[in-house]
Design a protein around this ligand. Structure first.
Ligand code: NOJ
Length: 716
């Protein structure tokens, strides 16, 4: 259909039909089994007609079911307007990839694109049209359970990966390429900054900070063509994002030029009542629609009140028309008017989903996301090393992570299974090992196996339910029983290698004395194979932390791009009146960008092509990176900048570029970056982004802490 035809269709719709298009309901509403039709259905108090005509749904999947639901929908729909099927496909559909925070550690947009592309392939064949991804909320507080859904603490890395996710989901021709699905960037905006890391809590930040660090990720996804934006649950300067006209109309639509569909998060329209900005459902509906929310997810304020609001002249019908037009346009962009089933294909479903190729990609990507934090020359393991694999993570299939809706634990590979393929000299405990309350028998067995072996892989961490939505923690240490286990094992065998499954950065001080530490995150379906590849060295780890690991929870929020303060710690660490703690350092235990490999890299000969730069010029910064170890590997060369004196105090460093280089043993390569005026911009007090004259520090290295530096002068 062309624009005119869509407008024509809109003109034939009754007000009721239009209002129904703005409603999104969960899969249970469409189920044909009576017992599932309970719960939210009754709470929403919707007429059967509204349910039949709700414009979009969430959580229906499977080619057969998708077709059934679409058929049933079209049968009821007077104008043959198809239904959109949406769902949360966050890090894989059935083939589960590492959690997004881990994907961030790959520092590799091709990884994000590949994950999104395979997710789209599996989801589309199962009949889905839209995913609620990418989630690009910038995160600085590991207490927040949803840090796992983000790609981390840095706005440049987030933005780079956000664009790659959108490209992977949507491709270049969404309408005709049936293997693609539309992307919905979320949660707009700043959902990743709840005070105290407590989910759904208030966000309080300046508009300048919002624009500087938090908005670029969403903007990058929108610029890459994301078709939808989801509002967040939180307040933005006292006004819920879902009722925030400034955010959704002035910034999103007018400034960013977003033309797609805005959808509320689950229940967020009605939640403006407990937030305290609307007294009734009717007021909530008015506020959200006027602010720019097109689709209301899983509450019925629009459905109950919009007609009345229009009749009373409080809002105009044109406002509803605008939203409906955007929804119809999305249906058209997905090609649903011509082909309401889109990619749903029962025959192709079984050969596509969890295919050998997808599993291969999942293993490869998991390896690239696993971070080696410490290694006292104990890793990689040798095939003839006698190794015990013990602890709660040893035989666990709880490796998928919180957003693995269609993923199945029984299809995943445990560390024990992966390890057995790498070495004949592994022994694995037979007793079931609980993460919190392991049995005496399980502990005894673990200690005895450790005692009899040369090296011990102690698999610790969090089970899946400890991170994700509504899973904030005030204590980010390992569970007590695991700390006790570490000490007991260490007392019988000094060669302890700790691995962790985790959805957030942890305080790992309790296992500081391990000889090696590997953070595996939730690696997904191929977890055990990928982790074993890293442990036995068939893969040389290359991942870098996308989020800092604190020394203790008291330092949280902790992030690398801090301001210097007026009393910097570095200037006089032993002075009392400097910005510091009495009982711990200011620094992350393992900072952003950090990660070891089985080789090491030297950085030398940092050079600038010139020491002065004018507005239209560029400076080339080069550095020689050499592999000085014995194993080939991939290094992530990171470039940071600091505007030394500016109108607004600028952070001591900010990531502006990175490049990955492959180096054989002894090989060295010159890596060159280009600095132009755009890289020097920042958000000024008047909220515009531009650059200032003056001195800039440019820093290059393999993590955000260990950097070589030079200074140059810039004149506009
Ligand atoms: C609530 C979550 O905040 C959001 O991320 C998700 O997409 C929706 N539920 C739909 O499941």
């Amino acid at each position: 259909m062309n624009k005119k035809q869509i407008e024509n269709l809109l003109s034939q719709m009754t007000l009721d039909e239009k209002i129904d298009q703005l409603l999104q309901l969960a899969a249970a509403f469409y189920s044909d089994t009576a017992e599932e039709k309970t719960g939210p259905m009754s709470e929403l108090e919707l007429t059967q007609e509204a349910i039949n005509n709700a414009g979009t749904t969430l959580g229906v999947s499977g080619a057969k079911e998708a077709k059934r639901v679409q058929d049933q929908y079209l049968k009821n729909n007077r104008l043959n307007i198809p239904l959109i099927l949406m769902a949360d496909i966050i890090h894989g559909f059935r083939t589960i990839f590492p959690i997004p925070l881990a994907l961030g550690c790959s520092f590799d947009p091709t990884v994000a694109e590949a994950v999104a592309s395979i997710s789209a392939l599996e989801a589309s064949v199962s009949g889905l049209h839209v995913t609620f991804s990418p989630m690009v909320d910038l995160v600085r507080d590991p207490r927040w359970g949803r840090v796992l859904e983000s790609t981390g603490e840095d706005s440049f890395l987030n933005a780079t990966l956000a664009a790659a996710f959108v490209k992977g989901y949507q491709g270049d021709d969404l309408k005709n390429d049936l293997t693609k699905i539309a992307a919905c960037v979320k949660h707009f905006a700043a959902y990743g900054a709840p005070i105290g890391g407590r989910d759904y809590n208030t966000v309080n930040m300046s508009e300048r900070e919002l624009r500087q660090n938090y908005l670029p990720g969403y903007k990058a996804a929108i610029d890459a063509g994301a078709k939808l934006v989801m509002t967040s649950f939180n307040l933005i300067d006292g006004i819920p994002a879902t009722a925030n006209r400034w955010l959704l109309r002035d910034v999103l639509r007018n400034e960013f030029g977003f033309k797609g569909v805005v959808i509320s998060d689950w229940g967020a329209v009605k939640e403006t009542i407990p937030h305290g900005v609307s007294a009734t459902e009717k007021e909530a509906a008015r506020l959200a629609l006027v602010s720019g929310v097109d689709i209301e997810m899983m509450t019925s304020c629009y459905n109950h009140s919009l007609e009345e609001l229009i009749k009373e002249g409080i809002i105009s019908e044109e406002l509803v028309d605008e939203s409906v037009l955007r929804i119809l346009t999305l249906k058209n962009d997905l090609g649903l008017f011509e082909n309401p089933y889109r990619g749903a294909n029962e025959e192709r479903e079984s050969e596509t989903i969890l295919s050998v190729d997808h599993r291969k990609a999942a293993r490869d990507i998991a390896k690239r996301s696993i971070v080696l934090l410490k290694n006292n020359n104990i890793l990689p393991l040798q095939a003839n090393d006698k190794v015990a694999i013990v602890g709660p993570g040893a035989s666990s299939n709880d490796v998928l992570g919180a957003w693995s809706w269609q993923g199945k634990q029984e299809e995943s590979v445990s560390l024990a299974d992966g390890a057995k393929k790498c070495s004949k000299n592994v022994v694995i405990g037979k007793e079931k090992f609980d993460y919190f309350e392991p049995s005496e028998k399980a502990i005894e067995e673990a200690i005895s196996l450790a005692h009899q072996s040369e090296k011990v892989v102690l698999a610790l961490g969090e089970p899946e339910w400890m991170s994700g939505e509504a899973a904030s923690r005030s204590d980010i240490r390992l569970p007590k029983a695991q700390i006790g286990l570490f000490k007991a094992i260490k007392s019988v065998n000094q060669n302890v290698i700790v691995t962790t499954y985790n959805g957030r950065p942890l305080d790992l001080s309790d296992v500081d004395e391990a000889e090696a530490i590997i953070v595996a995150w939730f690696p997904g379906t191929e977890a055990g194979n990928a982790l074993a590849d890293v442990l036995w060295g068939s893969f040389n780890p290359s991942a870098r932390l996308s989020m800092s690991f604190p020394e203790s929870v008291g330092q949280v929020p902790i992030y690398y791009n801090v301001n210097n303060t007026g009393r910097p710690y570095e200037s006089a660490p032993n002075e009392k009146y400097v910005s510091k703690y009495l009982d711990c350092s200011n620094y992350a235990k393992y900072p952003f960008g950090f990660g070891l490999s089985y080789t090491s890299y030297d950085y030398n000969n940092m050079e600038l092509s010139q020491n002065r730069m004018n507005k239209d010029e560029t400076i080339l910064v080069s550095i020689t990176v050499q592999n000085v170890g014995k194993m080939a590997g991939e290094e992530t060369v990171q470039l940071y900048l600091q505007d030394i004196v500016a109108e607004v105090a600028r952070p001591v460093k900010e990531l502006k570029a990175f490049k990955k280089v492959w180096l054989e043993p002894s090989e060295s390569k010159k890596v060159t970056f280009e600095i132009d005026e755009k890289l020097l911009r920042y958000v000024h007090s008047d909220k515009t982004a531009r650059s200032d004259d003056g001195q800039f520090k440019v820093m290059i290295g393999g993590n955000s802490r260990d950097l070589l530096e030079k200074v140059f002068d810039y004149r506009n």
